[in-house]
Design a protein around this ligand. Structure first.
Ligand code: GLN
Length: 200
């Protein structure tokens, strides 16, 4: 069984853990460097990116996570998790940092007060024909993607909301609240490949 972690500093950890368990993975909450080194993949949940950032530094997790990303650990970030994977965060709070790894600029809370949250259906060709039901909650958007980044989904107006770069996957929205499993399956496939190859 593939052993994956959910970064459990803040956010909707339980929803991700339940979904991943349902897909047959061994799931561990990750709060310490030792727990991080025991997994073949990591989910960074939605929540508040500035809080997860601060706690990761308090718990001595920022550098271990950066090192793991550099070493090729598959990571899937949703919403706040996507913000934490971005090399550049726009509209972060004073002093906010990210783990980085994806060559993207992400803007926090990009939909503003009028539309704090909404649902829509997205076409995500990489995941097959059936549309993805997507829930956005104080969601970020991807404002710039680097040359090595693949856009997996955009809104009708072209706003980029799902991206992939090598072992890293990120969505502005929360598939885990809609019972949408295909992003997590895609992440687990990456984790399995890394485990099988003994890459880590
Ligand atoms: N607005 C949040 C942030 O900056 C993200 C919201 C979410 O994860 N649902 O981190």
């Amino acid at each position: 069984r593939t052993r994956v972690g959910v970064l459990a500093l803040q956010g909707d950890v339980r929803e991700h853990a339940a979904l991943l368990s349902g897909l047959g993975a061994d799931v561990v909450p990750v709060r310490r460097p030792g727990e991080l080194s025991s997994v073949d993949g990591l989910v960074i949940p939605g929540g508040e990116s500035s809080v997860i950032d601060k706690l990761s530094r308090t718990f001595g997790m920022q550098q271990p996570i950066r090192d793991a990303i550099e070493a090729g650990l598959p990571v899937y970030g949703t919403c706040a998790g996507l913000i934490l994977l971005a090399d550049t965060v726009l509209d972060g709070i004073e002093g906010q940092e990210s783990f980085g790894g994806m060559d993207i600029d992400v803007r926090r809370n990009a939909f503003g007060r009028q539309t704090e949250s909404f649902e829509t259906e997205l076409s995500v060709p990489a995941l097959g024909q059936a549309p993805v039901r997507a829930t956005f909650i104080r969601a970020p958007i991807v404002e710039r993607v680097g040359a090595d980044v693949e856009v997996l989904a955009s809104l009708a107006d072209g706003t980029v909301v799902a991206v992939e770069q090598g072992s890293l996957l990120g969505t502005s929205f929360h598939p885990e609240v809609d019972g949408e499993t295909r992003f997590h399956e895609r992440f687990l496939a990456k984790a399995r490949a890394v485990a099988d190859a003994g890459m880590r």
